[in-house]
Ligand binder design. Structure first.
Ligand code: FE2
Length: 263
């Protein structure tokens, strides 16, 4: 279980049950059936079939052909089921999700007598007509480190987002927000309601937000996240490992330099 301030995410996957939740799933027939129903191979294939055109278009041109070949191999794909639990004050500011996510569904689970009045759903954004891919760099990891010097076409798909707020007392960076609103406008708000599922295909532009500023403090915002994901290729895994090694080395060198200063 991850605890990130007012946010917690719990893996509902039966194959890898986590502590009490795993025991709960073993004893709750309803929830076990629910997870098993989502994890049926038919669901994965139906989702891929339904959203195939959008999935095909999500990659940058030079990479599209190679990466679509990976999607044709079923063993590279996985459907995960997660329970997300948020409290009032948490703000999952606009972000487009990680690059290994293909399709995301959000199943809202409000209390029967919820006083949320729709607060706690998901807001979706669309780029303005003049917004270009290069405008996304500032919200992505390609704005810093060695990547800032590289052309963006080297990234088959971008992951980007604004700084998150985990606690009610934290301030949101208004400059960053204003810049984002220069390039994106809100497309719709999906309310937090029973028997409702929203979703999207992850691409460069799939910005969405969860704002719990006005969510009732006596309730917990609950949703199940159903994600179709593609596993990273071996080359990409190696590059990521190499990058994290460089980051660790840089941190160690900085720490070393700082302790030298203290002496
Ligand atoms: Fe998200």
């Amino acid at each position: 279980m991850q605890n990130l301030g007012n946010r917690m995410a719990v893996n509902l996957d039966l194959i890898n049950p986590i502590e009490d939740l795993g025991k709960f799933l073993e004893t709750s027939v309803v929830w076990r059936d629910y997870v098993e129903a989502w994890k049926s191979p038919d669901v994965l294939m139906s989702l891929l079939h339904r959203f195939a055109p959008a999935v095909k278009n999500r990659y940058q041109w030079p990479w599209r052909w190679i990466l679509l070949r990976r999607l044709k191999n079923r063993s590279n794909l996985e459907l995960t089921v997660l329970l997300s639990v948020y409290r009032r004050g948490f703000q999952l500011t606009p972000h487009s999700d990680d690059r290994y996510k293909l399709i995301s569904l959000i199943h809202y689970l409000p209390e029967l007598d919820s006083a949320s009045k729709g607060n706690g759903g998901t807001s979706f954004y669309v780029p303005k007509s003049r917004t270009k891919r290069r405008h996304l760099r500032q919200f992505s990891p390609w704005s810093g480190g060695f990547r800032q010097y590289l052309p963006l076409w080297l990234s088959p798909i971008l992951e980007a987002g604004l700084t998150r707020r985990y606690f009610e007392s934290e301030q949101i960076d208004s400059n960053e927000r204003n810049t984002f609103e220069k390039f994106f406008s809100k497309a719709c708000d999906v309310g937090y309601a029973r028997n409702r599922i929203s979703g999207f295909v992850k691409n460069d532009w799939s910005f969405h937000e969860v704002d719990l500023t006005n969510f009732p403090s006596s309730e917990i915002r609950r949703a199940v996240l159903i994600n179709v994901r593609v596993h990273p290729s071996r080359i990409v895994e190696r590059i990521s490992q190499f990058e994290s090694r460089i980051v660790r080395m840089k941190k160690a060198l900085t720490r070393g330099a700082e302790s030298d200063k203290l002496i």
